[in-house]
Design a protein around this ligand. Structure first.
Ligand SMILES: Cc1ncc(COP(=O)(O)O)c(C=O)c1O
Length: 400
């Protein structure tokens, strides 16, 4: 019997998808389930995006597309990131892919050989670890617990870069799973450290860059230390900002050599983005920005509701997120206690008992490298939010 490749023993299905599937199964069995598990935006892009897609369909050439992305798409992306303050890049600095996940996978293949070190702060988005494992790279986590607001400090970064000399430092701001956003001063201080370690590529996976609250502005290392541009790659996506996760559009901008490498990989697996998707993406990036703006305000209001509920639970420690649509409470105060006679040893027990007893699905923090916490994704329809949070409060009140 032939065997699968060895790398498949390291590849695991996404934990988040497994929980979402369990919640779906319970719902199909007739249970009243409120899902705070999956990080989907739960809104659709504006009508202009569908109009552009229909128009492209009517004019379809039926041909293969560009490996890098069409000029019109790259130009729309470049104009979009200029508004973020990322200026001075051209088409040769860009590439596209089937969502940011594919872009990150391409970057892993382009930058990491087997055994190379990739370093990232923990909590981290689950896929970082999965990609490292598939590529047989060595992942080094930098623990950033709730007590340091889930944020990396410059001293911690400096020590870790000196010790591990990673090939790649992967950074994510705003963060999935914590929703934390680094201020301009914090990014500037980390940039000062990064310039001292020229052997390391820097990836900023900043796909939630338009979802910032409380008047905060997105910033990137290259704005403070332009010399970092030659080894920094910024990753973006339409999935969350525009409510287009199923359209699968991701981007990178960075050094020409890296954009070219990602484009070569595209030529070997995906070829390029479909024409209709490209037209929809251009419309999203260049058209009216009302939907993302409205949704961002809505998420900020929901963040406040979730924080109100978390702060009212004795023992729960919950740093206040300022972006994306996640809250990441440290619920370790519940460990060692029981619910209806069932003992909670850890985050996985907590989440599975919460789902069974109260029908609320959250993702255990261990999926993100922080086993004291759980992730609440608050993109559910607004009428479900308060009842879901009330059930979590009830669950805590019933622990003994
Ligand atoms: C931090 C982060 N990066 C990348 C992605 C992947 O996004 P895409 O849908 O563009 O593949 C996600 C999706 O959850 C994410 O949270």
């Amino acid at each position: 019997m032939p065997q699968l490749a060895q790398r498949m023993s390291r590849a695991k299905p996404s934990v988040i998808m497994q929980i979402a599937d369990k919640a779906k199964r319970l719902k199909a069995d007739g249970r009243d389930i409120i899902s705070f598990s999956i990080g989907v935006p739960n809104f659709l892009p504006g009508e202009h995006v569908y109009a552009a897609a229909r128009d492209a369909l009517a004019k379809d050439s039926g041909q293969y597309g560009s490996n890098r992305g069409t000029d019109a798409l790259l130009d729309a992306f470049l104009q979009h990131i200029e508004k973020l303050g990322l200026t001075g890049y051209g088409r040769a600095n860009c590439s596209t892919g089937i969502g940011a996940k594919h872009i990150l996978y391409n970057l892993g293949e382009a930058l990491l050989d087997e055994g190379d070190v990739i370093m990232f702060p923990a909590p981290y988005w689950t896929t970082y670890m999965d990609i490292a494992e598939i590529l047989n790279a060595t992942a080094v986590e930098l623990p950033c617990p709730a007590s340091q607001n889930y944020k990396l400090t410059p001293a911690q970064l400096d020590a870790a870069l000196s010790q591990h000399k990673p090939k790649v430092f992967l950074f994510n701001n705003p963060s999935n799973p914590t929703g934390m956003v680094y201020t301009g001063e914090e990014i500037a201080a980390l940039a000062e450290v990064l310039v001292k370690h020229p052997e390391t590529w820097i990836i900023t996976d900043d796909i939630y860059n338009r979802m910032l609250f409380d008047g905060l502005k997105y910033t990137n290392f290259v704005q403070f230390r332009p010399e970092l541009r030659e080894r920094t790659v910024f990753v973006d996506s339409l999935s969350k900002t525009y409510g287009m996760p199923g359209w699968r559009v991701g981007f990178l901008v960075g050094p020409e050599s890296v954009a070219k490498a990602a484009t070569t990989l595209n030529s070997n697996h995906i070829t390029g983005l479909p024409e209709v998707v490209t037209a929809a993406a251009i419309a999203a990036l260049s058209g009216p920005q009302d939907v993302p703006t409205e949704k961002c305000a809505e998420f900020q209001a929901k963040r406040d509701i979730v924080m109100g509920a978390m702060n009212a639970i004795p023992g729960v420690v919950c740093p206040r997120p300022q972006g994306a649509f996640y809250v990441f409470p440290d619920v370790s105060c519940a460990f060692g206690k029981s619910h209806n006679g069932k003992k909670i040893e850890n985050d996985v027990d907590f989440c599975s008992l919460l789902l069974e007893a109260k029908g609320v699905a959250c993702v255990p923090g261990s999926a993100f490298g922080e086993p004291k916490a759980l992730r609440i994704s608050y993109t559910c329809p607004t009428p479900q939010l308060a009842p879901g949070l009330a059930r979590i409060q009830e669950f805590f009140a019933e622990l003994n």
